[in-house]
Design a protein around this ligand. Structure first.
Ligand code: NDP
Ligand code: MG
Length: 401
């Protein structure tokens, strides 16, 4: 079967005003901070008109004083008074709490949402932004893993573009520019292999948070760093790709490429393969998603072929990194299974980060949760929320949280 990904019109610019107003959800995170670097470097193209944080009120205040957004949201309500006091007399609306995040996503003070919250918490605000007609630069892959069908159909119904920020998906998106209706035969997602590439279970059984969090090529938030070390990240990315590019599971392949220079590839039906390459730096896919279809001049370090001549490729070690196989089975099963997988994984990663769970135990928690939470073939949005809650409760009981 052939699938055609309909690329947003290349003539179309996302957000028509000269300065694109960015609503940055998750401004205190790794993607959030790098987004602000891009905005800082391009003040005639972008402004940050809405910022949100969860716990890091100090950084949120500092960012707000520099970028002077119209609105800031702090979801931890205990921090509200501190943020409010610091920004008093600045003309910035300060909101607090989970519901405020959703309310802010519906406001008209921004044109483009940078969805950079980590985990399931990003889903509701993203849906609200789509519902109110904002284009989305999507870093928060969990949104598509949990409810990809709802998100993509809501985006289509509202004429909203979802532009990927995840480097692999940005690569595929860039490979598809100019391809019109040419069908994709398959995509090849590259994976660095993480810090434990080549290791076996007898080594992994003893690894701790500080080993797992140290990624060789990318500096990222804690959760995605752990996901990269277990290869769950690549599994989540396969599910993300299915929804973004309208693919069958059989059209999505993973290859280990430790240098992280080729960010991913598309193979077309004439057997031509296109790759997008560059040094690993998230600011590039961030700025591409924000400026699409334009490319912006920048001073990021350039790749030098003469200095880095070796690019290598290997199949993933499914036996050692079992999370990847679990994600593929959730991808094949469909329905609410990716949502269950995601919830169990969020809890397992939390357990590991807090020294409540060993590295390999994360896989057990996910596997058992997938086997025990009720399967629903075609869930409604409500049912996704219920499945998420059920899976969290089940996984928490296994970890004794
Ligand atoms: P971080 O952990 O660095 O940042 C997460 C952000 O979300 C912070 O601003 C944090 O606020 C906020 N946040 C955390 N929990 C909640 C919550 N319950 N409600 C509202 N806000 C919350 O993550 P990353 O920036 O690394 O990742 C963000 C997303 O982007 C993830 O989905 C990840 O998979 C994806 N991504 C990241 C890449 C990277 O290089 N980092 C690459 C590709 C994708 P605070 O810090 O104030 O608590
Ligand atoms: Mg990625």
């Amino acid at each position: 079967m052939e699938f055609i990904f309909s690329h947003p019109s290349e003539a179309e610019d996302i957000g028509s005003p000269a300065i694109k107003r960015v609503g940055l959800f998750g401004s205190t995170g790794s993607i959030g901070k790098q987004t602000l670097e891009v905005i800082r470097a391009n003040p005639t193209l972008f402004s940050a008109t809405l910022l949100t944080a969860h716990s890091n009120h100090e950084l949120l205040i500092e960012q707000a004083l520099e970028f002077m957004p119209a609105v800031v949201v702090i979801t931890q309500t205990s921090k509200y008074a501190l943020v409010k006091e610091a920004l008093a007399s600045k003309g910035i609306l300060v909101m607090a709490g989970e519901a405020a995040l959703e309310e802010a996503a519906g406001m008209d003070c921004f044109d483009l949402m940078m969805a950079a919250i980590v985990g399931f918490a990003g889903l509701k605000p993203t849906l609200k932004a789509i519902e109110t007609g904002k284009n989305i630069a999507l870093a928060n892959k969990e949104t598509l893993v949990v409810a990809g069908d709802v998100v993509m159909s809501m985006a289509a119904a509202n004429g909203v573009s979802i532009i990927p920020v995840d480097s692999e998906h940005s690569a595929i998106f860039q490979c598809l520019v100019g391809e019109g209706a040419n069908p994709i035969e398959k995509i090849i997602l590259t994976a660095s292999g993480g810090p434990f590439i080549g290791r076996k279970p007898n080594y992994l059984v003893n690894v701790k948070r500080e080993h797992a969090i140290a990624h060789p090529n990318w500096s990222m938030g804690a959760k995605i760093s752990i996901d990269s070390s277990t290869l769950m990240n690549k599994g989540l990315e396969m599910i993300e790709a299915k929804w973004l590019f309208n693919l069958e599971p059989s059209q999505i392949e993973v290859v280990i490429h430790p240098q992280s220079i080729i960010h991913s590839m598309v193979q077309f039906k004439d057997n031509s393969i296109k790759a997008q390459m560059g040094l690993p730096d998230m600011k590039l896919p961030i700025q591409y998603a924000m400026a699409y279809p334009q490319r912006i001049q920048n001073s990021f370090p350039r790749f030098n072929f003469a200095k880095s001549a070796t690019l290598s490729f290997d199949p993933p070690d499914f036996k050692t990194f079992r999370n990847l196989g679990l994600a593929i089975s959730a991808l094949n099963k469909g329905g609410n299974m990716p949502c269950i997988l995601n919830a169990a994984n969020e809890l397992a990663v939390y357990g590991f980060l807090n020294n409540r769970l060993g590295f390999l135990d994360m896989t057990e928690v996910i596997e058992q949760t997938m086997a025990n939470v009720a399967f629903i073939g075609q869930p409604s949005l409500e049912e996704y929320f219920e499945s998420d809650g059920e899976a969290r409760n089940f996984a928490a009981s296994l970890i004794n949280l």
